[in-house]
Ligand binder design. Sequence first.
Ligand code: ADP
Length: 478
Amino acid sequence: MSTSGTALTHQLFINGCSVPSSDLSSSPLINPANGETIATVSNGSAEDIDSAVKAADAAYRGAWGAMKPGDRATALRNLAAKIRENVEELALLETKSVGKPLSSSRGEVGYAAKVYEYYAGLIPSVCGQTVPISANGTGLTFREPLGVCGLIVPWNFPIVILAWKLAPALAMGNTVVVKPAEWTPLTAIRLGELAIEAGIPAGVINIVPGLGPVAGAALSAHPQVRKISFTGSTATGSAIMKACADDIKRVSLELGGKSPSIVFADADLEKAAGSVMSIYDNTGQDCCGRSRYLVERSIYAEFVERFVANSRAVKIGDPLDADTEIGPLASTIQWNRVDGYVKQGVAEGAQLCTGGGRPTAEQFAAGSYYEPTVFANVKPGMTIAQMEIIPFDSETEAVEIANGTPYGLAASIWTRDVARALRVVRAVEAGVISVNSSSSVHLEMPFGGFKQSGIGRELSPAAMEQYSEVKSVFISAE
Ligand code: ADP
């Protein structure tokens, strides 16, 4: 970090040092709660990505590669401790750039620390096998790191999603180049600095903020990068996968969703209709957000009434206020996207039950705030992307509607009938399903999508496999 005049400039973090971008390009960062410029950030070029990859490669072949697994675990635990020591600073950076309530940011920073600790704990479990192939020899397997991994991170949960990728990558012994999202690079840059204080050698973690089509594309195409792990939109995921195809780079993708919540007539209606934060949390900017409620027709009217009332009660406000439940959208680009979908929903004939624009109070005028918005009487096939409530008449129809999108990330099923819950769990094409709950993410459980929602799994021991190769060895006894 450096100061020039009064504007704080955040630079790239390569090989343990803050450096400007090679072409001196930079962008302002805007606080979505009030439109103010909070900082200036250097934009990495293809040349900067190359320097970062070379630094990561040298660290992989040098200090990090030579470190004993137990010492790597200690370094990850030290990083978790550093994150906890700096929770207030990190939370404020996250809130000012994403717009999420400060209480949520504090929780997310604390959770990120836990992710590093969890993967530190898994390091001793990375073992191979001995396989008695024949009397004349023995097979051995080794699980080995990949080398330099490129981590491309989105703007909705910056410090959390970085931890989901970085912790297992480092635990397996890889080194990384991180490309944070344009609007939200500050916590990643700070984390790079904290990692040095935690004893992680220079070059192991390099942070190159910049534009997706420039820095992100250069990272995906770089021949020395062995793997790209990406979270973001399906369109960008597809572009990255194409870029990785040239040199058969490993790729894991966590992409968009349009996740259903299926509510049967025998469900606990208060609980199901009370689950509004399953879509409004993080101002609706959550890939697992349950943005389609499919509701059995006999309880449809009552469900809509309760859901709309609960939506109106969500407290929208300044992210720094303690009682705020949702802040602004993360940027004016996001605001325009959301508003475009809402207008499209109205044009397609869906019934707008509540919300549909910027809240009218003066305090919301300068920020990218948007009211919680609900559409009813939505027909499958409409393209709106707000909270929609769709009626169904049978279990088969519910499953058909649930599966009727190109996505398959998450789903919820609300019913007291265990047999039905199990049938629907097996029939719904989604990677993460909860019954009588909207929770999607558990550190100990694999997380990822079916269909166009992605490839590969994050979290749990499964993530370690995504950052490693298996080597099979035969040793002759003859
Ligand atoms: P959004 O959800 O706003 O559509 P994206 O999925 O495009 O966002 O962005 C998620 C991350 O992907 C960001 O870090 C962004 O800079 C990066 N990115 C965007 N375009 C590309 C690209 N062509 N190649 C690599 N990374 C990209």
